[in-house]
Design a protein around this ligand. Structure first.
Ligand code: ASP
Length: 393
């Protein structure tokens, strides 16, 4: 076990305003002197810790699903390229990937079976922002958000207007719903609407998912697919990729891109495209991004809160924990209600120190939460700090 000096974070903002009985809920918050995370019983092999990583520049971080793409961003930073080029290059890899069903092409659709994407970008040195929301048919919303920043005097475009803008800028329409995401949507429909499930006269009427699968699929594939379908129907997945970078000079940019909550109401916009919630960059201070239940993040303006906390001297991890405390405060620390969602924050300061914190210490499957970091040597996963011990989401 690492030789960390550990200290407890007693919840100052929260504790004062909460009932005495609820205070003990937060006693599990620990951090090392870098503001890095608590130890976790189930460590991933090869996992590093934020404590092991000194502040260094350039550095680029993202949610864990960006791990394989960070090298692309680091290459740009190494050559002295712009931080916005670096973060957009990273998330483009994930947006293009049909197997990541939380972002871009292959993202899980809304309740009508339409993939609707949200994204934002911020460029620290020029202090500009751009965003799109409820964008259909275009697989790279972060690139479109960047053009809103560069080629308009607006900050956010939504829905059909965002689509027309993207097409005017040369983006091509495509069907973003992959076969796997379409099946997941049908399975969700079957679970919620009687008429979308096999009828009484069907041999598959009891097993709604089985009725949707191609009977010619090999048994093993059928099993794996139906297990995944059951999971995404029972627990609508959340996912997103925020990516934040600081270059050698200390210039900072960030982006957050997502397909939002699976099965959302058409037109629902989450936190990812909201400047100050799913993304916030201040070139004097640092940057923050988020994944998870966007509604909860919007209510505390999480990205802005984190940047302001870092401005006051908190480490990136401490600042992320502070934003999570505000989310928990909105429910008076009621763990039953808080356990219905997950929320993670990621932050980077101007010096190149980074951190991330999760509302819960583990995913529903018990795995610890991680984020991805590349500080010039190699991309690696780092454990997140956490506010509450247990499984959430
Ligand atoms: N934060 C995103 C949203 O609420 C979803 C996610 O990260 O899973 O749209």
């Amino acid at each position: 076990m690492e030789n960390w000096t550990r200290r407890k974070f007693f919840v100052t903002t929260l504790a004062g305003s909460m009932a005495a009985g609820a205070r003990k809920l937060f006693a599990g918050i620990r951090a090392n002197d870098n503001g890095a995370h608590s130890t976790h019983p189930q460590r991933l092999p090869g996992l590093q810790t934020a404590a092991a990583a000194k502040a260094t520049r350039p550095v680029i971080i993202s949610s864990a699903n960006g791990l394989r793409a960070l090298e692309r961003g680091m290459e740009i930073l190494r050559k002295g390229g712009d931080t916005l080029d670096a973060v957009v290059a990273v998330v483009t890899v994930v947006e293009d990937d049909p197997n990541d069903n939380s972002v871009g092409y292959g993202g899980l659709p809304n309740e009508d079976g339409e993939v609707e994407l949200d994204a934002s970008v911020m460029h620290g040195p020029t202090r500009r922002a751009g965003a799109v929301a409820s964008l259909r048919y275009i697989k790279n919303p972060a690139q479109v958000a960047r053009l809103v920043l560069e080629r308009t005097n607006h900050v956010m475009l939504v829905g059909p207007g965002a689509l027309r803008f993207a097409e005017a800028q040369g983006f091509e329409r495509m069907n973003l719903l992959t076969e796997k995401s379409r099946l997941a949507w049908l399975a969700w429909k079957a679970s919620t609407a009687e008429n979308w499930a096999p009828g009484l006269d069907s041999p598959a009427w009891k097993e709604r998912v089985a009725g949707l699968l191609d009977p010619k699929l090999p048994e093993e594939e059928r099993l794996a697919l139906s297990e995944w379908l059951r999971e995404v129907v029972a627990h609508p997945p959340t996912g997103t990729i925020p990516c934040l970078a600081v270059n050698e000079k200390g210039d900072i940019s960030g982006t957050t891109t997502t397909s939002g909550l699976a099965w959302k109401i058409a037109g629902r916009v989450g936190d990812s495209p909201i400047i100050g919630a799913g993304l916030c960059v201040d070139n004097d201070v640092g940057a923050a991004g988020s994944t998870g239940r966007g509604e909860e993040n919007i209510k505390v303006s999480g990205g802005h809160t984190i940047v302001e906390m870092m401005r006051k001297g908190m480490s990136p991890t401490e600042a992320c924990l502070e934003a999570l405390r505000r989310v928990a405060r909105n429910y008076n620390g009621d763990q039953t209600r808080l356990s219905k969602f997950h929320l993670l924050y990621y932050a980077l300061n101007k010096a190149g120190a980074h951190g991330a914190a999760s509302l819960w210490s583990a995913e529903r499957n018990g795995r610890p939460l991680t984020y991805a970091v590349h500080d010039g040597t190699a991309a690696r996963l780092v454990e997140c700090a956490w506010l509450l011990e247990g499984r959430g989401g």
